[in-house]
Write a protein that binds this ligand. Structure first.
Ligand SMILES: Cc1cc2nc3c(=O)[nH]c(=O)nc-3n(C[C@H](O)[C@H](O)[C@H](O)COP(=O)(O)OP(=O)(O)OC[C@H]3O[C@@H](n4cnc5c(N)ncnc54)[C@H](O)[C@@H]3O)c2cc1C
Length: 438
């Protein structure tokens, strides 16, 4: 990106990957030629983001023929390749408790709560099992609280996850200062089964692992229509047709109207990210090498020093049009508060993406037709909850019975006042959150 283009207002979420910070230190994308002509599979998967690729890996084996169709030129082009990279289990962003999950899903709650509480450890094992290259750092994640009261509340909320396998420790202000050079916080929770990774590398690593497991991936192959005819799904792309007995959908917030029943199931949320080049004194900021989030910032302020010593900061924003100046108005005051000595470090990368939120804060497995299922609503926690539900989606596609799964399989049910809420989220709620501290 040149100096001019980083300054321009842009539509975030579909910029070329060259504009995304993570592309600077990632292995090449595996070759995934477009679908050409007619093909058959046992399982067809739409979308080569985390959902589609994790589902493919979890369904692979026993000679099953699995084909993934991806609209973009390469895997991980959408939210999966351009997110903030934090691995943080236990729903810190959604602030949901096990009791709330239990109230919404009484039958599945014990399994769901366990999966959510241990989703960081699950991801670490999944990466190791499938040999996924992704620059993962599982050194822990810090949830920093500005006041003793806020720290006490966070501790009480996290204690609910312990009986389900969730782990955390409380750090005093002094203990926190060994990990992060700041006295802006009263203390923190340290979550050990957590950390960060390079999301584009993770996407490409998942795609390569899926190919090793004999999954076929066709990029540049948008599914234009999906029809169930004579007991078989028929997926039409511009240059071919794929027929499969089972259909799995992992289209995230990028699916448009392909499956109308899915479109009104969740709310689309936009998030923007800025990053610097490597900073000479980066490690002095976070000598513990851990990613962190500010528990008391509704705009989800989560600064991180990545493996190359670059500062990466993500934020919610209004609409999908934003300029670097808009982003700086949100980020600079927060950085100045947390790290007064940092100064006005220049941001050289600026990009964004879209993900889906559900009204109940949980991810969902949805039956969208005969032998057709979708996973939706990672709620901004793709590495933890998103991977856990995508694993279930793959098992479902491979024939697992519903009672063997962690997440319930339900029918799509349009979210109440979908249009109004979507507008409100974009135009009112995100800017309100962002103004809180600016
Ligand atoms: C800016 C940002 C920051 C985030 N930060 C974090 C974070 O720090 N930690 C975390 O855990 N999570 C984070 N998330 C959430 C995480 O990125 C998502 O949960 C996850 O990537 C969702 O994966 P997915 O596969 O469901 O969707 P996507 O990655 O969006 O993939 C969907 C894919 O489906 C394809 N597709 C859609 N329609 C079609 C079609 N008709 N035919 C073929 N292909 C199609 C799209 O091209 C796309 O590649 C963040 C998200 C954003 C946007």
């Amino acid at each position: 990106m040149n100096a001019t283009s980083v300054l321009n207002a842009r539509t975030l979420g579909t910029e070329p990957l060259a504009d995304v910070h993570w592309a600077q230190s990632t292995q090449p994308a595996p070759a995934c030629p477009k679908l050409d002509g007619d093909a058959e599979a046992d399982i067809a998967i739409i979308g080569a983001g985390y959902t589609g690729l994790v589902a493919a890996l979890s369904a692979a084996g026993d000679g099953r023929r699995i084909v993934v169709l991806e609209a973009a030129p390469e895997p991980g082009f959408a939210a999966s390749g351009r997110n903030a990279g934090a691995v943080a289990p236990m729903m810190w962003g959604m602030k949901k408790t096990p009791a709330q999950i239990t109230a919404s899903f009484p039958q599945h709650a014990p399994r769901m709560n366990r999966a959510i509480a241990t989703s960081g450890a699950f991801l670490r094992d999944f990466i190791a099992t499938h040999g996924v290259e992704c620059e993962a750092h599982f050194d822990g994640y810090l949830l920093a609280a500005r006041t003793p009261d806020s720290l006490a509340k966070a501790k009480a909320a996290h204690e609910g996850w312990v009986q389900y396998g969730g782990r955390f420790e409380v750090l005093s202000q002094q203990e926190l200062s060994r990990h992060v050079r700041t006295d802006a916080y009263a203390g923190a929770l340290r979550v050990p089964d957590a950390g960060y990774l390079n999301p584009l590398s993770f996407s490409r690593g998942l795609a390569a692992a899926a190919q090793r497991a004999s999954v076929t991936i066709h990029c540049g192959s948008p599914v234009l229509s999906a029809k169930y005819e004579d007991g078989v799904w028929r997926l039409q792309t511009p240059s071919g047709v794929l027929r499969a007995a089972t259909l799995l959908a992992g289209m995230g917030a990028y699916g448009g109207a392909l499956v109308p029943r899915l479109q009104k199931e969740s709310y689309e949320v936009c998030s923007a990210i800025v990053a610097t080049d490597p900073l000479p004194h980066a490690r002095e900021l976070t000598p513990g090498g851990m990613a962190m989030a500010d528990l008391d910032d509704a705009a989800v302020f989560a600064p991180m020093i990545d493996a190359r010593g670059c500062l990466v900061v993500s934020m919610l924003f209004q609409g999908d049009q934003m300029s670097l100046a808009d982003a700086e108005r949100i980020v600079r005051p927060r950085l100045a508060r947390a790290f007064p000595d940092l100064g006005a470090v220049p941001f050289t990368k600026f990009w964004g993406g879209k993900f889906l939120m559900t009204t109940d804060g949980a991810a969902h497995l949805l039956q969208i037709g005969p032998n057709a299922f979708a996973a939706q609503g990672c709620n901004g926690m793709g590495h933890s909850i998103g991977v856990a539900v995508a694993h279930d989606l793959g098992r479902l596609g491979a024939g697992a019975a519903a009672e063997e799964l962690v997440f319930p399989v339900t029918l799509p049910k349009p979210a109440p006042m979908h249009g109004l809420m979507t507008g409100a989220l974009r135009r009112v709620m995100a800017p309100m959150m962002n103004r809180k501290l600016a």
